[in-house]
Each structure stands twice: as C-alpha cells, then as structure tokens.
Design a protein. Structure first.
Length: 525
C-alpha cells in the first residue's frame, strides 16, 4: 500500500481513515485544488474549510455533466455532491465563495448573449420555414381540388416538417434565488446539469424547494425524476444532475432541523450531505499591504471554465454522448475497500460512527464522488488513482467529524472527556505541566469524574480523541496532556516528582488548545 496513507500522526488509532479532526495533507493528492483554496483563504482571511467546500461544489457542478463513478464495491453513482456549510455571521462566506461562482456567472452571461443571437437566427429560419410549409400545404390543396395526384407534394411537406429548425436552448444551469416553480421551469429547459447555491441559505430553506425529499434523493442517486404539473402534465427528467452549495448560519439550520428533523433524517437526506462548520477566526484577521498570490485560483478557475465549456458544447450541439464512467485503479480500489471495512467496524455500539450509522453508510459514496472530481480536475483522465482516493478520504472524513459534532448529541463519556480536557488545559498545561498524576486529577479534577469508573471512561474517550492519554510508569499512574508528542522522559520526571521546578510558562508548541479543530500544517499547507 502506498506510503502516503501513513501521512499524519504515527500513533494514529486507525489504519486507513484519518483520526477525528486530523486529516493528512490533502495538497499531496489534490495540488491544483488546494492551491486555489489556499489563495482564497489567504486573500479573504476565512477559515480554510469555506473556500474548500466552495471549490469542491463548483468542481462537482462541472464534473457531474461529464462523468459518473463506478464504486469499488459495485454500482455507479453521479459525481454530484450536496455541499452544506454552517458559518457565523461575518465569517465571510460570500467573499470566500464568489471567486469560484464568478466563473459560472461569467459563463452564463456569455451564453445568454450567445442565446440571443441563436434566438434571432432561429426566429428568422423559423419564419422562412413556416412560409415553405404554408406553400407546400397550398400546393397539396390545389392539386387535390383539381383531382391531380399530390404524392410528391406530400413528400415535400413531410420533409419540411422534419427540417423544422430546432429552438435554441436557454442556458439555466446556475441558480441562486430559486423557488420550486422556477427550478421546475429550469429543468424543463433541458439542461442536464445544475448548481444551486446560496450564501444566505435561510431563503432556500424557507422557499420550500427542498421539501420534496424523494426528488432530491433521486437526483443524488442519478435516477429519473418525475413531476406532475397542471400546465405541463407529467414530465420526466432523465439523466439530470444537480449539485448543491448552501451556506447557512448555525442557528438557522438547527431551527430548520428542529421543525423538519423526522423528514430530513428519516429520509436519509441529511446523511448525503458533505457538511462543514468551521470555527470562526474573528479577532485574528488583521489588515496589511500584502497582496496574496492568486495564481492557484486562476489556474483552478481556468480548468473549471474549460470543463464547463465541454459540458455546454455537448448541450448546445444536442449531442447524445453518454457520460464517461470512471472506475478506480487496483491500488485505489484496495484502499477504499479497507476504508469501507474500517468505517463499518466503527459503526458498532460505542464506535466512532455508532450513533450516525445512516451518515456512515453514505461516506463511501461521497468519497468515490469526490475522488472522481479530484481526478478530473487534477489529471483529466481515468481511472481514478490512489492519490485522488486518498485525498478524498481525508476531506470527506474531516467534514464527517463536523457532521458528527453538530448533529450527534454527545455521550456521557464524551462530555466527561471534554470536561477533563478543559481541566487539563486550564489547570495543568497553562501552569507549565505536560504530565500529571491520575491521583491528582481524581482529587482536584472536575467533580463529576472523580469516581474511578467515570474517570476511567473519560480517559478512554480522551485516548480515542487523542486529546489525552494515561499510562503506568513504575507504579505511578499518570496522564499525558500531549499524547501526539513523543514521550519526554526528562519532562515526565520533573512534572511528576519535582513539580515545584516546573516553569509556569506553557510550551508554545502544545497543539491542543481549547477550540482547536485542525492543524493547518498537516491539513493543507
């Protein structure tokens, strides 16, 4: 197996999936994508998750019209993704999304102008065609009135009917302010690929466009969607692909789910989401005269523009070309099977996905979709490589951690582990210690976990989250606040046996402060 899989902490508790909130360096497998993400993040000073999700959604929007993906465990899926994000007001969601969306807006504006020209040509040709049809009909009538044979004239009319000029298609593929009725109208235009996006997702949630869960699940699966309307009767949308990029404020999405919880969760709609909720960076976005490099963004947008043009070349030329179906090479397939099996094991009671099994069941599908998108953006040809699959796993499982954190009520063990982590940070680390006796934590730690059983379970959970660990050295049970660091024997001796000599200034390299979700050095930079 390729050594890239071991990128990250050497003491990882998993073999193939990344530790919670600790993805490997995605730039290794998706350099073009990540350079664009870093450019936007640096320029807008937004958490990296916002431009990352936005870039993924725009890439999905162009990929879905060109390729489907054959999964290692069988079945073919679209490359469409349903991307959702929660972000506080002022976190600059719009600023970090618009650099990618602008490519589509410019393209749609250009295509709209081109449509006007096509429409003018069509109307002229259609008028001429109507005159010819009218003349052919008159000729048949005249021949019939005189009792003469009209077979040749009838053949001419039939030929003219077949030669009726096709009405040009109006491009409606990117949608922001949208209702169910306007989206149905866009679907009837014949465009087989769409992107619905909003940086103010409350309007989307209130519009009712997502109320037909069955339809959206069908779009996600690539199935034919049927609609019945009074004006247009029964309409079938076959082969249509839809990508979503919806940003909302956290309180808005939680309120929506409170009112629609059974519908969204019970139908499996939520489990299909690629979801992120980054921590805010307010208070650290300082102004300077430095103009960040945007070459990565330009290269990415050029690639997206080329792929979008491929989509519309087939669309306007009424091409019947089928989407390519990309599979995985042998190494990637083997890796994803192992990822799947490790994920399945974690759906057991008490496992990482034990309380989000519906969500876990869709992780492999989202990984395959994202891997195909990365392969298209980075390489342009299939099959899908191991590096594309690995990068997709890092991203999807990191976003899965956000999903679990926001939509899974914490267990008692998780609450206790968090209380212990907070206490260790404030009462141990901030006083210059890395190691502390377990006995001391039992005496002075959080009241709720001073019992042996509760403390034991809290430490087990903390070990699983890699936020703390404990060990027995020479009969002394001790807790390590920095389990991701190499064991420091000298520091251990001082902290445990000579605590009065400890420097009260904490180690600045300690990488587990309150609220820290991700180490950018291992994630993307």
């Amino acid at each position: 197996m390729n050594e890239i899989v071991r990128t990250g902490p050497s003491n990882s508790q998993y073999n193939y999936i990344p530790d919670p909130f600790a993805p490997g360096s995605v730039a290794v497998g998706a350099p073009l994508l990540m350079r664009a993400v870093e450019d936007v993040s640096n320029k807008t000073q937004t958490p990296i998750e916002i431009p990352l999700m936005s870039a993924i959604a725009t890439a999905s929007a162009v990929a879905q019209g060109l390729i489907d993906v054959e999964k290692p465990l069988g079945g073919v899926s679209p490359s469409s993704l349903y991307c959702w994000g929660a972000g506080e007001s002022g976190i600059r969601k719009t600023s970090a999304t618009s650099p990618y969306i602008r490519v589509f807006q410019d393209l749609q504006e250009y295509l709209s102008e081109e449509y006007k020209e096509r429409r003018f040509v069509y109307e002229t040709e259609n008028e001429i065609h109507k005159i010819k049809v009218k003349e052919a009909k008159k000729k048949i009538q005249k021949l019939a009135a005189n009792g003469r044979p009209s077979k040749e004239a009838e053949d001419d009319l039939a030929r003219l009917k077949k030669e009726e000029p096709p009405e040009p298609k109006k491009p409606q593929f990117i949608h922001e302010a949208l209702t169910s009725a306007s989206f149905s109208s866009a679907l009837r235009s014949g465009c087989p690929f769409h992107l619905i996006y909003s940086t103010e997702g409350e309007s989307v949630l209130k519009s009712g466009i997502l109320s037909d869960i069955k339809k959206w699940n069908s779009f996600w699966s690539g199935e034919t969607v049927r609609e019945s309307t009074i004006a247009h009767g029964d309409v079938e949308h076959k082969g249509v692909r839809v990508a979503l990029l919806i940003w909302v404020q956290p309180d808005v999405i939680h309120k929506y789910l409170e009112e629609n919880d059974v519908k969204m969760r019970g139908s499996g709609m939520m489990s299909r989401w690629l979801y992120t909720h980054p921590d805010g960076n307010h208070g650290s976005r300082f102004a300077n005269h430095f103009e960040p490099n945007q070459e990565g963004l330009r290269a990415f947008n050029d690639r997206i523009g080329d792929l979008a043009s491929q989509n519309f070349s087939d669309y306007f030329n009424r091409s019947k070309k089928e989407r390519d179906v990309w599979g995985f090479d042998e190494e990637a397939s083997e890796y994803l099977v192992r990822v799947y099996n490790e994920t399945e094991f974690e759906t057991r009671d008490g496992g990482r996905f034990g309380r989000v099994r519906d969500h876990a069941s869709k992780l492999q599908d989202n990984v395959c979709r994202l891997a195909s998108i990365i392969q298209l953006i980075e390489e342009g040809v299939g099959p899908i490589s191991y590096t594309s699959a690995w990068a997709a796993v890092q991203i999807v499982y990191y976003f899965s951690d956000h999903y679990r954190r926001d939509f899974t009520p914490p267990s008692q063990e998780e609450k206790d582990a968090e209380a212990l982590r907070q206490w260790l940070y404030h009462k141990v680390y901030c006083r210059g210690f890395r190691y502390v006796r377990k006995k001391y934590a039992m005496q002075y730690g959080p009241n709720a976990i001073r019992k042996e059983e509760r403390m034991g379970k809290a430490l087990l959970q903390a070990r699983q989250e890699n936020s703390a660990d404990w060990f027995n050295e020479g009969g002394v049970q001790s807790i390590d606040c920095m389990p991701d660091r190499t064991f420091d024997w000298a520091k251990y001796q001082v902290d445990i046996f000579y605590p009065e000599q400890v420097n009260v200034v904490p180690d600045v390299s300690y990488n587990n402060p309150i609220g820290n979700r991700i180490d950018p050095d291992t994630f993307s930079l």
